[in-house]
Design a binder for this molecule. Structure first.
Ligand code: URA
Ligand code: CA
Length: 433
């Protein structure tokens, strides 16, 4: 086989065989296929697209390029949840104990945040001592005993994706549905789950700005999942404004605790119940979404989900008492309110720019090497659709610096007030195969 022939075949829009796709992925990962041929090939895919079969074969070839997590020693159906990047997205922190409280194993591999999006591990590290560097055996034992654990990303998971993603970044081939879908799905499949619920975001803070694009990506991923034997479904949810009210690590942990106590923001609670009920159904605990939702609500009401959260924090080295006393979590020195300049309704809170503002304040990292300040961030006092009076607080800034003029200016510019109530939507649609 020669790479030049494979490039030509894709350039002409013909379907590649499994062997041809494997030849490319193996050769590129081990360095025998150079960047210039891989670049040309990626661009050919960008313009010619891939069939479902090709996408599934690309995904599996990337899975095979590195370690695959073996969850077979964990009892029960392992359902994973993946959100495609968001601002202030606290769903995993809430879902993990909720699902575990229903006796469904929550065995998750998670990552850190980059750019305007946050990462679950960073948030959990607001509990001093919490760690995700677990051996496979510790991870398996925790999930079998308590149904819940989060482990850090293995260094050698889908190396082909890492290398290809870096190349896509500099060859204008990131925004390609077959390439994004296979990239995300390869990581999910390598992480070992039996079934996958995808939360594909749409709007300013998301990768896919329109509902149509998000739906196209979602159905591409669902079809890959089904073709490789993992039961997969997707929800399209809104990320035009941040999710919930808290943005920032320690603040989001506090928001997760409030949500587990039944006092969380309406949108976060609703998204968690929506995704959670799909997970319960995929775990084959019931075939009724309504019943799944009732069971999730019940473990919030009787406190068992909060109890699971404490157990989880304790198991992984944090102090569970902080769950009852969140004031012990890292706290910022200064608070500043951003006030409304006029009466009206909040018409827009641009999620990605608010995420960037949080990053600049120290809540996120610009490059992988940056360190973050767990205490800082924002609490939104208003959300899109709320009425507001001149002089009322729109956002509280939690900072460890005295001068936040530039952050305040960014927030003001990206929170719009108008005369008419805007339409808002949280869940757009469900996508099944
Ligand atoms: N996230 C990924 O993991 N891969 C992509 O290609 C795009 C977003
Ligand atoms: Ca939030």
């Amino acid at each position: 086989m020669r790479m030049v022939d494979i490039i030509e075949k894709k350039r002409e829009g013909r379907e590649l065989s499994k062997e041809e796709i494997q030849f490319f992925v193996n050769g590129y990962t081990n360095g025998t296929i150079p960047d210039y041929q891989a670049s040309a090939f990626l661009m050919a895919i960008y313009f010619q697209d891939m069939t479902d079969e090709e996408r599934a074969n690309l995904t599996l070839a990337m899975v095979d390029s590195g370690d695959v997590i073996d969850l077979s020693n964990i009892e029960g159906t392992k359902v994973d949840k993946h959100s495609t990047g968001g601002v202030g997205d606290t769903t995993t922190l809430v879902l993990a104990p909720l699902i575990a409280a229903l006796d469904i194993p929550f065995a998750k591999m998670s990552g850190r945040g980059l750019g305007h999006t946050g990462g679950t591990i960073d948030k959990l590290e607001a509990f001093t001592g919490f760690h995700v560097e677990l051996t496979d055996q510790e991870f398996t034992e925790m999930v079998n005993r308590d149904k819940i654990s989060v482990i850090g990303q293995s260094g050698n998971l889908t190396p082909a994706d890492k290398k290809l993603y870096a190349l896509r970044d500099v060859t204008a081939t990131v925004s390609s549905i077959p390439l994004i879908a296979s990239s995300i799905m390869s990581k999910k499949i390598a992480a070992g789950a039996d079934a996958i619920v995808l939360d594909v975001k749409t709007g300013a803070g998301a990768f896919m700005k329109t509902e149509e694009e998000a739906a196209e990506l979602a159905s591409a991923m669902v079809r890959i999942g089904q073709l490789v034997g993992r039961n997969t479904m997707a929800i399209i949810s809104d990320m035009s404004q941040p999710l919930g009210n808290a943005i920032g690590n320690s603040l989001e942990v506090q928001e997760a605790i409030e949500t587990l106590q039944g006092n969380g923001p309406e949108d976060l609670t609703e998204l968690v119940l929506t995704l959670g009920s799909q997970m319960v159904v995929l775990a084959e605990k019931t075939d009724s979404l309504e019943e799944a939702r009732e069971r999730l609500k019940a473990v919030i009401e009787d406190g068992s989900a909060l109890g699971k959260f404490k157990q989880f924090i304790q198991n992984q080295g944090g102090n569970p008492e902080w769950v009852e006393k969140p004031e012990l979590l890292p706290q910022a020195k200064y608070k500043f309110d951003v006030l409304a300049d006029e009466d009206g309704f909040v018409t827009e809170m641009v999620a990605d720019t608010i995420g960037v503002a949080a990053m600049k304040l120290g809540a996120g990292r610009e490059t992988k090497e940056d360190s973050i300040d767990l205490a800082v961030g924002f609490i939104l006092r208003k959300k899109v659709g709320d009425s507001v009076k001149k002089g009322e607080s729109l956002v509280t800034i939690f900072a460890n610096q005295e001068d936040v003029a530039d952050i305040e200016a960014m927030l003001k510019e990206n929170i719009c007030i108008g005369k008419d109530i805007p339409e808002t939507k949280l869940i757009y649609r469900e996508i099944h195969s």
